[in-house]
Write a protein that binds this ligand. Structure first.
Ligand code: HGY
Ligand code: MN
Ligand code: MN
Length: 385
């Protein structure tokens, strides 16, 4: 499974993945998922919000155990963030069958659509629409960097954009969701444990900052005559870093768009996106207010926000007990499991990442740790089912 996915959407120069929602590369990943379902005799379906499901047992029976993750990536992402969870889910299902386990509840593997929000700016679109935390009208109106509407991109990929939105019928089928994911940090690397259980997800969000100025000639406009928005942007990046450090939180400007984007022209508009995260929402809200205050004259728009997630404690304790007392750790990364936790009991398993690097072509996990993750997921499933 891993070998089949490796070339899909991989950039020949950087070695990173560009599996953005509703692109050809994403379509290839989705076709792979459908094939995996078919080859195992699982009932395959795509829900109204573009999430893919592969069912063992009768979905209508309810109280299903759902496992899975996502297959899309950030720009130049790694091979593991997302796909490790989907591949491990199919592999854990195979392991259960090899063990001769007869599930007493339905089991589904899911691939949530557009988890990274790399193309349309909002993360976890598939799970947010499913749970109703993203307004369908707002989602349809999201545009990518080329101005393409999310609604049109979905339609071109064979998905009806008019049908998106909260899906109570589907949610009612789910008894528990467990997402396995590569760890995106170095907590487990300093322990003898290849697998850990998630305790919480930090609150986090994305804010757009528009710094406006006046375009002019780079060679003839005296410094004193310029209205250069790049200066306020640069000062804001430095302030954000210092304010985040003081708050014990995180603030990142990782994406920027400049108009007219000419080397010999003073910019007329700098649009920059802030990703900020903190252990609690009060710290995060204060930090973002301070950064916005430091961004002289900028117009600040919140594009998405995910409140703190405390994973279901009984489920988390059950997983940890089944796995023999593995580490329980929080994360600053967002996940579909975090979105689903507002509607159903959810839990996460993390697989050790020796360098902690993620959202980069250098992201990886050792094969024995990946295999330990599959065994852990199979053990958890056997217990839950
Ligand atoms: O950006 C995130 O936190 C995640 O990896 N989607
Ligand atoms: Mn990610
Ligand atoms: Mn992920």
């Amino acid at each position: 499974m891993w070998r089949e996915l490796l070339p899909v959407g991989r950039d020949g120069t950087t070695g990173g993945y560009r599996r953005h929602a509703w692109t050809a590369a994403d379509g290839e990943c989705r076709a792979w998922f459908a094939e995996q379902a078919a080859s195992r005799g699982l009932a395959y379906e795509v829900d109204r919000n573009g999430n893919q499901w592969a069912w063992l047992g009768d979905p209508a029976a309810g109280d299903a155990v759902v496992i899975g993750s996502h297959l899309d990536s950030v720009p130049d992402g790694g091979a593991y963030d997302g796909p490790l969870g989907v591949v491990s889910s199919f592999a854990a299902l195979d392991a259960l069958r090899e063990r001769g386990v007869t599930p007493g509840r339905p089991l589904a593997v899911v691939n949530f659509g557009d988890e990274e929000g790399a193309r349309f700016g909002v993360a976890c679109v598939g799970s947010r629409l499913l749970t109703g935390v993203l307004d369908p009208e707002h989602a349809r109106g999201l545009r990518d960097g080329d101005g393409v509407l999310l609604a049109d991109a979905m339609e071109r990929a064979g998905q009806d954009p008019a049908a998106i939105g909260r899906d109570d019928e589907r949610l009612a089928r789910i008894g528990a969701f467990v997402e396995l994911h590569v760890e995106q940090g170095r907590y487990l690397a300093d322990t003898p444990h290849p697998v850990g259980v998630a305790s919480a997800i930090w609150p986090h969000g994305r804010w757009r900052f528009d710094f406006r100025g006046e375009a002019n000639h780079a060679g003839t406009t005296r410094l004193g005559d310029r209205d250069d928005p790049m200066l306020a942007y640069a000062a804001t990046v430095l302030s954000a870093r210092e304010l985040a450090r003081t708050a014990g939180a995180l603030a990142t400007f990782g994406k920027i768009r400049v108009e007219p984007n000419g080397t010999n022209a003073i910019a007329s508009l700098v649009t920059a996106w802030l990703d900020s995260r903190a252990a609690d929402s009060a710290t995060l809200d204060t930090l973002v207010k301070e950064i916005a205050g430091a961004a002289e004259g900028a117009e600040v728009t919140r594009e998405s926000y995910t409140p703190v997630v405390d994973f279901d404690v009984p489920l988390r304790d059950r997983l940890s007990r089944v796995l023999g007392g593995v580490p329980v750790l929080p994360t600053g990364a967002g996940h579909d499991a975090g979105i689903l936790s507002s509607a159903v009991p959810t839990a996460m398993l993390f697989v050790r990442n020796p360098t902690g690097v993620s959202h980069s072509p250098y992201e990886y996990a050792e094969e024995p740790d990946c295999l330990a993750g599959i065994v852990a997921l199979a053990d958890v499933l056997q217990d839950l089912l």
